[in-house]
Write a protein that binds this ligand. Structure first.
Ligand code: 3HC
Length: 321
């Protein structure tokens, strides 16, 4: 907990107290003084995270009407609704830093802020719903559990609830695939095809290699990130390979092999050119993802206006009472 600005303190003392709080692994809270760079990178990362949750509703949402049973539809509906909630928690965390969620949404739509590369890929079959749960939510768990210990209080606390729900997301996806793998040959082929299409984009979720990650070093020094991109990617590969074996699918990487010396799985070269194209806005589905987000903002603007007008009237009445 560092000093707040309710007494004259010079910037050096504030910086020293901020540094001591980070060094002690204590939390920085919204009313604490913080370096502008810390605030900016938190808004950048939390906004991207929130955008990812909201855009991530689209690929799975496309299968809500085509889910093969009422049970599968109910599970998928619950998951997609969870993602919306995750977005709301994260936009609220960004707002504690002085950001405005409408402004962040505009920045996303204008291409000035990013969302996770993974949601640039289309869901071509129902098996994709299972593979997204297994791969994408599994990657999210790998990446987000350490964020429960992020130095910024509201972000870390949002992560605790989100991670609990991600565990359900990952398990429901894996169970769906287990069921399909016990089904017909066509269903097994559908699962393998989805695994082939989603494996490498899932590895890209963890970000560029550490030697090409401009934000990591500072984010780790500030305790925002607890592990590097490559560390978490390796942890994810080590977790996924045994799961693939139990499921009976083949991960599309001929270089995948266990290294008894390190205790880790070696894996092949990621196509960083594809990653850069996707992150640069040239992903396969980016245009339609952003068009739908823009339509959702514009078509529902009247709901926001009505809610804001009601809130203003309610506040005025409370004030006058
Ligand atoms: N997709 C899009 N952009 C990416 C990216 C990805 N997978 N990985 C990195 N980038 C961007 C970064 O945002 C940064 O660009 P910017 O400076 O314009 O923001 C640039 O590439 C360089 O990357 P860095 O490694 O330097 O950036 P970070 O230190 O921010 O690391 C990160 C990237 C690991 C994604 C980190 O931001 C992070 O951990 N974010 C929080 C978790 C998150 O956002 N997960 C996204 C998935 S959400 C999800 O899966 C929902 C689930 O319910 C399905």
């Amino acid at each position: 907990m560092t000093a707040t600005l309710d007494r004259p303190v010079d910037e050096d003392e504030l910086q020293a107290q901020f540094d001591a709080t980070i060094a002690a692994e204590h939390r920085i809270e919204p009313r604490d003084w913080m370096p502008e760079g810390y605030r900016k990178t938190l808004i950048r990362q939390i906004a991207q995270h929130a955008h990812s949750e909201i855009i991530g509703m689209q690929p799975e949402g496309d299968w809500l009407l085509a889910a093969p049973s009422l049970r599968r539809k109910a599970i998928l509906l619950a998951k997609v609704q969870d993602e919306a909630g995750h977005g709301m928690y994260l936009y609220s965390a960004a707002e504690t830093l002085g950001a405005d969620r409408a402004d962040l949404t505009d920045k996303l739509i204008e291409g000035k802020q990013k969302y996770s590369s993974i949601f640039n890929y289309r869901t071509l079959s129902y098996a994709d719903v299972g593979v997204i749960g297994w791969f994408v939510d599994g990657a999210a768990i790998c990446n987000q559990v350490p964020l429960c210990r992020s130095s910024y209080g509201p972000y870390a606390r949002a992560m605790i609830r989100i991670c609990k729900e991600e565990s359900f997301h990952q398990r429901q996806g894996y169970e769906l695939l287990m069921t399909m793998m016990r089904g017909t040959p066509e269903q097994r082929e559908m699962v393998q095809d989805a695994v082939d299409r989603w494996w490498w984009p899932s590895l890209m979720m963890f970000g560029p290699p550490d030697d090409d990650s401009p934000n990591s070093a500072q984010s780790m020094a500030w305790g925002i990130k607890r592990h590097s991109n490559d560390e978490l990617r390796q942890r994810y590969v080590d977790m996924s390979v045994p799961q693939a074996e139990v499921l009976g699918v083949t991960l599309p990487d001929p270089d995948l092999s266990y290294d008894p010396e390190t205790g880790h799985y070696r894996f092949g070269q990621i196509d960083w050119d594809e990653f850069k194209r996707v992150v640069g806005g040239d992903g396969p589905a980016n245009k339609e993802r952003i068009a739908r987000r823009r339509a959702a903002r514009d078509d529902n603007a009247w709901v926001t206006e009505a809610a804001m007008a009601y809130a203003a009237k309610h506040a005025a009445r409370t004030e006058a009472a």
